[in-house]
Each structure stands twice: as structure tokens, then as C-alpha cells.
Design a binder for this molecule. Structure first.
Ligand code: MOS
Length: 724
């Protein structure tokens, strides 16, 4: 077998600008759209004055209301629907949150559309609003009562075991709201081709867009195509239909012109989902050696009034250690915002900050080394279900990481280590886990007489490298150069396009592609293994291009899940499968330095050792780690969406005021992979990587800050004033 070319297969397109993103499309006679949005926290519009907007030269349409015959609600993604929230703006006078669209303007130019949108004037009847967890009017619901299909995790009798524990840790942690802020703005180009609607939009879920907009406009889904070959960053922000698509399609139909919308950055903070604010009370009970006897995790996070965005924090925290008694309790706090949603490591990021900070406190309370404490509480069995883990190399992540990081040189006493310039030095460790989930997939593969192999499959390329992972699998299997493999994803014309999220892309697409390779080899008569001369094999079949289509589902998933996936509905399975529980694992080690005078915090080096099963694409996997750890540092030290107490919604809606970690914040990010195939899960042995690389990183920073200063950090981001 030849050594495959390991680079990112779409690197050339990206760096030369030939990769086409949704809003790059400029069809003839294009019109431009812009929303006017509510500037207050909650209530109703009494009157909307559009006269000035309509008078703008080049203006074509100002729409303030659709009726329910022409635009239906799209349904909530987590409630059997297609959209990040159930609420569809422009259907009534109700304003549920600041930033909700109140009018859609379409004009010949972007400048005219922007000017006209700014001239829309509304009179409001304002009502009191609540945005924060403790605001007056915020209402708390017990999740397992409101959403019985998301029950609390309960193992043994955690309250009693905690009460009887010789060592007790009881800490509460606050995680701020955050926004995904991908580079590519929320944007679409919609075009009618006769009765067919074509949507160009960077999305992680072309299938939901297709079926969602078809539902909204009462179209046959077969008459809607969604084309999304590249996405400039997803992170959960594009994992469902957003409420601009329906109005945009209707405006395009009225004007008989294609319409483009690019949502300006400040509007994106209210136009899509976000990571809700959450609070976590962690109680750990242990024996004097630090062996866990009980863990309790009470969590609450913010949701909207119109949807219950489920919390799944304890799914992960109950699996980290051999805890015989676990009590999880989750509440949802309804506030006046758009519905929050998934943002990279959506549950596990905040949960690991809380739980792994508490574990560090336990290490100090029992005089144990934080690495040794975690190793002593390791488990090969899922403590919740009793099933084995499909694979768990977390102990190796810790021991390999400790060795590589030089953990042995750490003096455990807080405040004991100083750098040459007088800075306080802190070393911290934390672990993370992310559930392995798998969705159904359809793969089509063909071979041509010129030797090229083309594969079309469920999946979206948001920069994580799924196209590279697929190309490498095909190239390695057939022994052909990567350049002879054409990978097509993110396009409803090719395959159903189930949501790509939750780090399940690789474990979903690769098994389908692997299966298609077996079928194709059968048609080519080449045997199941060994190098294939594709051109010769195609010629030998005596004409045409052999083509195969296969389907795959997750372990134990009924084949009916494929029908759900084909209908654009959420259909991923895991992390509990019939015979095992599957998670990816990671250990994070971080060094912080805190300047003695300014108290400025920096992270000179970080190390992540990950167990993601087999590494499918080394170059893009490395980038996933650099990205995930950068996100963790950003989570620990930078990002927070501040509530605007005057007008509701969020205040810091620009990248100037919503700081994310940038080059100056990032120094050395080292990584290593266990790279052991998980063959219980699938024939390729791949799990997931993109999210676990972030999970635990923020806790490692917080634990390092404690080690440097002796000050515990129970809130993020950690700022200078927290280490004075
Ligand atoms: Mo990701 S937050 O699962 O799209």
C-alpha cells in the first residue's frame, strides 16, 4: 500500500479562494436582504412605520408580517422539528426577545437594504423581561418532569453516601453565556428555479433546512435543494434551520429574483442559538485516600420561554470515574431570549469545568496528586449502565500526558513556583469525555475509467476535515493517490445530509464509506483487500462507471432511523449502545503564568492527550486539537456574553467587545493521540475528536491558576480582578 498524501484535501481551494461558501454565490439580478430587529427585551409591536424605509432608492420590499398559510412554524430541533427554535418571527406582533426580526427589507443593493432596515420605526408595548438565571420573572422547571425522556442520572443513593463520606467537597460554579462567533456570518442565497427552491447556505444540517423550509412553505421536499459544500466554522451555530430562510424564500418568490442575506455580526448574537448561562453545584464524597464514594451534580441552565433546550451535563460527569453513587439533577430556567443551543462541547465544556475543578479541590483536601487521584478512580465499566466502555484509554492519556508535560517537576504547594521574571507559575490537569454518537448515513461511490473514485455521503465540511478523513480512507483502502478521490458532502442532491455535529461526523460517514468500498470492490472484482488499479478494473468491467449505494446505521440502531434521517429529522444514537457505552476521552495539562505586578494571566503551554479511537486524518486531527484547546483557553480566560440589563438580550455583540483567544493568547499547544482503534464501535475504529479536545481544558487552566495563586476560581472567565 502506498503512503497516502496526508495534507488537508481542500487546502488548495481554501487558500486560493476558489472554495465557494454560501454567500459567495452572486447570481444575475441578485437582490439583498436585511432584517430590522426589535431593540427592546419583550412585549409587542403596536405599530411599525415603514414609510421612510420604503422611500429609500433601490428599495424593493419591506415585509413586516406573513400569514400562517404562507409561512408555518418550523418546529424545534430538539422537539421533533427542524429549527434551532420553534418561534418564527414575522408571524405575529409578539416580541419574545431583543433582536427578534420585526421587518425584512429587500433592495437592489446591500447599502440600500441596510439603510432601509435602519429606517424601520416601531412603537412597542414593553413588558418586563428576564435574561439572567436569577432575574425576577425567570422561571425554573425540573427537566425530568417537563421532558421525561431526559431523566436525571441516578445511581445508588448519592445523598446518603455523600452525607456519610469522611471527606466532602461542596462547590458551586458559574459558567457564562457564550456565542459561537464563527468566521462565516449567518448567510444565505435563495433562488427559485421555477417551482424549485435552491438554498445556498453554510449549514451543518442541509437535510433539516430542506425539510424545514418545505414544511414552512408547504413545498414538496424534493423541490428544495440545499447546497453547502463549505462552512466557515459551525461549532453548533448552524446545526438547524434558522428563521431567516422562510421569509427570504417568500421575498424571492414575490420579487421573482434571487435574494442574498448576510446577517451583520452584531445581529448574529440574537439571530441564532448560543451557549446558555449555567450554574453547577458539585458535591463529592470520598474516603481519606480520595476514593470517590458519592458525587452529586445539580445543574441549571437558561432556556427560552418558547422552547425547553435540554441540559445533558450529567451524562458526562457520571461517566468520568468509578463513582458508586451518583445523583444528577437538572433544571431549566426560562428567560426572554432566543432559544439557546449547542456550542462546541455544549454540555461537557461547562460540566467539566465544574466537576474537574471540584476534583482538584478533592486532591488538595486529601493530599493526593491530582493525576494520581484520577488514576485511582478510573473505571473500565460505565457506572451508570454497568456496560463496558467500548474503549477507554483515559488512564494512558493521563500517564502519557504527565510524562510528556513534566508533571513530576511540579511542587504541589500553591504559590510555590515562580518563573525567572517573578511570575507565578501554575500547573493544572483535568480530564474530559465526550459521548460517541452515530447517525445513519447513505454513501454513493463510483469509479471512472480515468481511475478516479467519487464518493458522495452524508456529512458537512465545516473545517474539521471530514472531506480529508473520507479521502484518506478511500485512498488507503484502494491504494490510490488522494488526488484521485473526489469527495462530495453537504449537498442534498447527493445524499440525505443528516446533521453533522456532536463530533459524530467521522464515526458516521466513514463506516458508510467503508461499506461502499466493499461493494465497489465487489463490482470491480478486485477482492476485498489489496491495491487496486482502478482504471484497469473499470475497463475490465466492459464499459460504464460502476456505481454503488449503501446505507449504514449506528450499532443497534433500527433501520427505520434511516427514514427519519431522510426526512431531515434528528436520528443520532449513543452514547449507550446495546452492548457498550462509548465515549472519547482526553487529559489536559496546562501551565499558566501570572505576572506578579499586573496579574495578567497567560498560558505558555498546554498539552492534550486524546483517545479518539483510530486517528482518521492526522493533519486535520492535529488542527482539531489546536482548535479545541484554543477554545478551552478562550473559555477559561476570555469569553462571556454579557446581559444587557436595560434592553434585554446581550450587550457585547461585536468581536471587539466579545473577546476570543487570539494568536497573542496562544503559545505552545502540544498533543498526542492514543490512536487505538475502537473496533467494537465500527470497522474503522474511529470515535470522535472535535469536542473532547476542548473538554477539561478550561478546568486545567482554572486548576493551574489555583496552583499558581492559591485562589479557587469558581466562575469563568477568570480575569485579572480574580487573581489580585
Ligand atoms: Mo456541535 S456544538 O455538536 O455542532
Amino acid at each position: 500500500m502506498k503512503t497516502p498524501d496526508l495534507r488537508r484535501v481542500d487546502a488548495h481551494e481554501k487558500v486560493t479562494g476558489s472554495a465557494r461558501y454560501g454567500a459567495d454565490r452572486v447570481p444575475a439580478d441578485l437582490a439583498y436582504a436585511m432584517f430590522a430587529v426589535a431593540t427592546f427585551g419583550r412585549g409587542r409591536t403596536v405599530a411599525i412605520d415603514t414609510a421612510a424605509a420604503e422611500a429609500v432608492p433601490g428599495g424593493r420590499l419591506v415585509l413586516t408580517r406573513f400569514n400562517e398559510d404562507e409561512l408555518r412554524g418550523p418546529g424545534f430541533l430538539m422537539g421533533g422539528g427542524f429549527a434551532f427554535q420553534s418561534l418564527q418571527p414575522l408571524l405575529s406582533d409578539v416580541v419574545a426577545y431583543r433582536g427578534q426580526p420585526i421587518a425584512l427589507v429587500v433592495a437592489d443593493t446591500l447599502v440600500a437594504a441596510t439603510e432601509a432596515a435602519e429606517l424601520v420605526r416601531a412603537r412597542y408595548e414593553a413588558e418586563p423581561f428576564a435574561v439572567g438565571l436569577d432575574d425576577e420573572g425567570a422561571t425554573s422547571v425540573v427537566q425530568e418532569e417537563a421532558l421525561p425522556w431526559f431523566p436525571d442520572v441516578k445511581v445508588g443513593d448519592a445523598e446518603s453516601a455523600y452525607a456519610a463520606s469522611p471527606v466532602q467537597i461542596d462547590e458551586t460554579y458559574l459558567h457564562p453565556a457564550q456565542h459561537q462567533v464563527p468566521m462565516e456570518l449567518i448567510s444565505s442565497v435563495v433562488e427559485w428555479q421555477g417551482d424549485r427552491l435552491v438554498v445556498h447556505e453554510g449549514t451543518q444540517n442541509a437535510g433539516a433546512l430542506r425539510h424545514g423550509v418545505a414544511t414552512q412553505l408547504n413545498l414538496d421536499p424534493a423541490d428544495v435543494e440545499v447546497i453547502s459544500p463549505y462552512i466557515g466554522g459551525g461549532f453548533g451555530s448552524r446545526n438547524a434551520l434558522q428563521p431567516h430562510i422562510g421569509p427570504l424564500a417568500l421575498a424571492a418568490r414575490r420579487l421573482m429574483r434571487p435574494v442574498k442575506l448576510v446577517v451583520p455580526r452584531p445581529q448574529t448574537f440574537h439571530a441564532g442559538s448560543f451557549r446558555p448561562v449555567s450554574r453547577h453545584r458539585i458535591r463529592l464524597g470520598a474516603d481519606p485516600s480520595g476514593r470517590l464514594l458519592a458525587a452529586l451534580h445539580d445543574a441549571e441552565h437558561q432556556t427560552s420561554r418558547h422552547d425547553l433546550y435540554p441540559a445533558m451535563f450529567t451524562e458526562m460527569t457520571s461517566r468520568l470515574y468509578a463513582v458508586p453513587n451518583f445523583g444528577g439533577r437538572q433544571r431549566l430556567v426560562q428567560t426572554d431570549v432566543q432559544t439557546p443551543g449547542f456550542m462546541r462541547a455544549p454540555m461537557e465544556g461547562p460540566a467539566s469545568f465544574a466537576f474537574e475543578s471540584a476534583m482538584d479541590a478533592l486532591a488538595y483536601a486529601t493530599g493526593q496528586d491530582p493525576v494520581e487521584l484520577r488514576l485511582a478512580n478510573d473505571t473500565a465499566t460505565d457506572p451508570v449502565t454497568g456496560l463496558p466502555f467500548s474503549s477507554r484509554h483515559l488512564a494512558q492519556c493521563l500517564t502519557r500526558g504527565a510524562e510528556r508535560f513534566g508533571w513530576g517537576k511540579r511542587d504541589p504547594r500553591p504559590g510555590s513556583m515562580r518563573a525567572a521574571d517573578g511570575s507565578f507559575v501554575g500547573l493544572g490537569v483535568a480530564v474530559g469525555a465526550h459521548p460517541v454518537m452515530v447517525a445513519p448515513a447513505v454513501a454513493r461511490m463510483s469509479a471512472a475509467a480515468d481511475g478516479r473514485v467519487t464518493v458522495s455521503v452524508d456529512g458537512h465540511e465545516m473545517g474539521q476535515g471530514i472531506r480529508s478523513a473520507i479521502a484518506l480512507l478511500v485512498a488507503e483502502d484502494l491504494g490510490v493517490p488522494v488526488r484521485d478521490v473526489v469527495v462530495r458532502v453537504g449537498d442534498t442532491r447527493l445524499a440525505p445530509q443528516h446533521l453533522t455535529a456532536g463530533a459524530w461526523g467521522t464515526a458516521t460517514a466513514l463506516p458508510a464509506v467503508h461499506k461502499a468500498l466493499r461493494e465497489l470492490r465487489g463490482q470491480l472484482g478486485t477482492g476485498d483487500t489489496g491495491t487496486v488499479d482502478v482504471a484497469a478494473a473499470v475497463r475490465a468491467t466492459g464499459g460504464g462507471s460502476p456505481e454503488v449505494e449503501v446505507t449504514s446505521v449506528g450499532p443497534g440502531q433500527p433501520p427505520e432511523m434511516l427514514d427519519r434521517s431522510r426526512a431531515g429529522l434528528f436520528s443520532a444514537a449513543g452514547p449507550v449502545f446495546p452492548d457498550f457505552t462509548a465515549f472519547s476521552w482526553a487529559a489536559h495539562f496546562v501551565e499558566v503564568r501570572i505576572e506578579a505586578t499586573t496579574r495578567r494571566i497567560s498560558v505558555p503551554r498546554a498539552l492534550c492527550v486524546a483517545d479518539c479511537g483510530r486517528v482518521a486524518s492526522p493533519v486535520t486531527a492535529a488542527s482539531q486539537v489546536r482548535g479545541g484547546v484554543t477554545w478551552g483557553i478562550s473559555q477559561a480566560l476570555r469569553e462571556s456574553s454579557e446581559v444587557d440589563g436595560r434592553f434585554g438580550g446581550f450587550l457585547n455583540t461585536t468581536l471587539e467587545e466579545y473577546p476570543v483567544a487570539v494568536n497573542a493568547d496562544i503559545q505552545e499547544i502540544d498533543f498526542d493521540f492514543i490512536d487505538e482503534p475502537d473496533l467494537l464501535l465500527n470497522d474503522i475504529g474511529v470515535k470522535g475528536l472535535g469536542e473532547v479536545t476542548m473538554i477539561g481544558a478550561a478546568a486545567a487552566v482554572a486548576n493551574a491558576v489555583f496552583h499558581a495563586t492559591g485562589q479557587r476560581q469558581n466562575q469563568l472567565p477568570i480575569r485579572i480582578e480574580h487573581v489580585m
